[in-house]
Ligand binder design. Structure first.
Ligand code: AGP
Length: 600
């Protein structure tokens, strides 16, 4: 998604801050970039298609400036062209913007009737012109911003420079994230504090309909009514946000390996003192049903929780894709708890679904990885995963942290509604406490994953299948592979293949499966035999000592259903990683993808 950086300084050359910040936001995904900065008393704008390094090469080496804004754009309205790239400038106003102005066409028509013309096809240029329109009407920034906020429908994080006010940046925010970093004689605006940790870990967070005047040594934050707000200055814990790759070739591999510690770190507060710690989790017995909402990997984590809620605690649980949730009957009720899962806490589809539930005054809970993110503020109760910064677009350690925290939540619920005995709960707690010992052999089995990757990386179609929990895990396995290897990989319920899709199986089609449910394994194996008979090559993860010379088998230890998903998904993560590595893809920043999808 788009990334924003703005800086104003008394004594620093802010250009290096802008470029460094953009490079630290690259993980969000983008296709063009640009900067606007004060040079010889004029606003100088430079834009480029492609990587930030290309933009950097266009900037005159010894250019110096004390105020500027910068942007990485993930194209929504209008192709990835220089004209559409940000910053946009209209008369007195220059801005960068993250979000979508939904009523931009109506506003554009109004502005055209007031003699405005437009060069780009972006909603952002319209927003910039609207700010200029109100600025020329009032010549008062507070009135300008209030009028803009009253007029615009949609989402925005905007950083603005006004021509005759060149000691200040102005920032305004609704739904898209924006923070203001504070350092000596230099203040820095960014979409994510992690982009500017080189300069500061102290920051203010803007909430919806708040705006700020940011100078080199002062930040004044106001509400849409113009009241000055006394905001909390947050400090990001640096030890949990090491944004370096360390000795790893890719962030994704580093983050897969970090699961040795991130899983236990996430659940430890709730299992450290055994059952007593579990009881500190929210009591779900007052709800008749559980709904879960998320996107992509977060949605897949919800499915694992569904399996456990329903099969272990006999609690009905529905899981919804956030992008679909608002457009269907979801039987909202005060007796239903809706859980929102999101690594970034900024996913627009998930935020929109959450706002719908809140509008009906129904209870919400968040499973979120980024502290002080939008969703973390909006939910009634927020439980944080402790995966640390996840930079790679393909989610790995956040997923296992999500399913672990959800599993512990189900475990506490099962104790409360007496579907799980204390002895069983203690056994599962012990399993979680030994998770590093359980997953290390799987993490270290590189030769196995590389040998599988060598056999599949030139294939065009790959199928992941399973039954029950294994089916839900096959969805995450297929997503991991497709999003970084660009191979078409699809998840299928093992029993469903023969109802049509089996027609796609041809000689050497890889079929990757997990069979970890003793009640279902025989059926899964027979489904695998069906595709084997039609030429498929089988790779099977299983937790018993099943032997079959016609399959490539990855054995995992027998554990409870609370831990099993973690052990199955690690081979899937690493098969995807090594397959993409052999293809030479940009593993951490796959094409077309963004780490945080902040537009619907
Ligand atoms: C995960 O590998 C994907 N990159 C993507 O599906 C992601 O899970 C989805 O966009 C949801 O993001 P969130 O968890 O930050 O809300």
């Amino acid at each position: 998604m788009c990334g924003i950086v703005g800086a104003v300084s008394k004594d620093k050359n802010i250009l290096s801050i802008l470029i460094t910040g953009l490079k630290n936001l690259e993980y969000r995904g983008y296709d063009s970039a640009g900067v606007a900065y004060l040079k010889n008393n004029k606003i100088n704008i430079i834009k480029s298609i492609g990587k930030v390094s290309k933009l950097e090469n266009k900037i005159v080496k010894n250019d110096k400036s004390n105020i500027g804004i910068a942007h990485t754009r993930w194209a929504t309205h209008g192709k990835a062209t220089s004209v559409n790239a940000h910053p946009h400038r209209v008369k007195h106003i220059t801005i960068v913007h993250n979000g979508i102005i939904e009523n931009y066409e109506e506003i554009k028509e109004m502005l055209k009737n007031n003699n405005y013309s437009f060069k780009s096809s972006t909603d952002t240029e319209v927003g910039c012109a609207l700010l200029n329109y109100y600025y020329e009407k009032f010549y008062d920034v507070d009135k300008t911003i209030k009028a803009f906020m009253d007029k615009v429908i949609g989402s925005y994080a905007i950083t603005m420079i006004i021509d005759n006010d060149l000691d200040n940046l102005y920032v305004l925010k609704k739904e898209s994230p924006l923070v203001i970093g504070i350092s000596d004689n230099t203040n820095i605006v960014a979409s994510d504090i992690r982009a500017i940790l080189k300069y500061t870990n102290k920051y203010y967070i803007l909430n919806d309909f708040e705006y700020a005047k940011v100078s080199a040594d002062e930040v004044i934050i106001k509400s849409i009514k113009g009241e000055i707000l006394n905001k909390e200055l947050h400090t990001l814990d640096l030890k949990d946000n090491d944004n370096s790759k360390g000795h790893y070739k890719h962030y994704m591999l580093k983050e897969i390996m970090e699961q040795k510690t991130t899983i236990l770190k996430t659940v430890l507060p709730f299992i450290e003192e055994g059952i007593d710690s579990l009881m500190t989790l929210p009591d779900l017995t007052k709800y008749k049903e559980i709904s879960i909402v998320g996107c992509g990997t977060a949605y897949h984590a919800g499915l694992v929780a569904k399996y456990l809620f329903e099969e272990v605690t006999n609690t009905r649980c529905s899981v919804y894709l956030a992008s679909e949730y608002r457009y269907q009957n979801n039987f909202l009720s005060k007796d239903t708890l809706t859980i929102f899962i999101s690594q970034s806490g900024e996913t627009a589809d998930t935020i929109a679904a959450l706002k719908l539930v809140k509008s009906k005054d129904c209870p919400t809970l968040g499973i979120i990885n980024v502290e002080n993110s939008t969703i973390s503020y909006l939910v009634d109760t927020c439980l944080y995963t402790k995966a640390g910064s996840e930079i790679a677009v393909a989610s790995t350690k956040a997923y296992t942290a999500q399913i672990s925290l959800l599993s512990i939540l189900v475990l506490s619920h099962g104790l409360r509604n007496k579907t799980i005995s204390k002895d069983k709960a203690i056994d599962i707690i012990d399993e979680f406490k030994s998770i590093e010992k359980l997953i290390t052999p799987l993490l270290n089995n590189k030769d196995m994953y590389l040998s599988i990757a060598k056999k599949i990386y030139k294939e065009e179609d790959i199928f992941y299948i399973g039954r029950g929990l294994d089916y839900y895990l096959s969805m995450e396995g297929a997503l991991k592979l497709k999003e970084i290897s660009y191979i078409h990989s699809e998840s299928y319920a093992a029993g469903e293949l023969k109802h049509g899709t089996i027609s796609l199986i041809k000689k050497n089609t890889p079929v990757i499966a997990s069979a970890t449910n003793s009640n279902l394994n025989a059926k899964t194996i027979s489904n695998l035999k069906e595709v084997l008979a039609r030429g498929a090559v089988i790779y099977l993860i299983c937790d018993d000592n099943y032997k079959d010379d016609t399959f490539t088998i990855i054995n995992i230890p027998k554990v409870s259903d609370f831990i099993k998903p973690i052990l199955v998904i690690i081979p899937y993560q690493l098969i995807a990683y090594y397959t993409a590595l052999l293809k030479g893809n940009d593993i951490d920043k796959p094409k077309n993808l963004a780490k945080s999808v902040t537009v619907e």
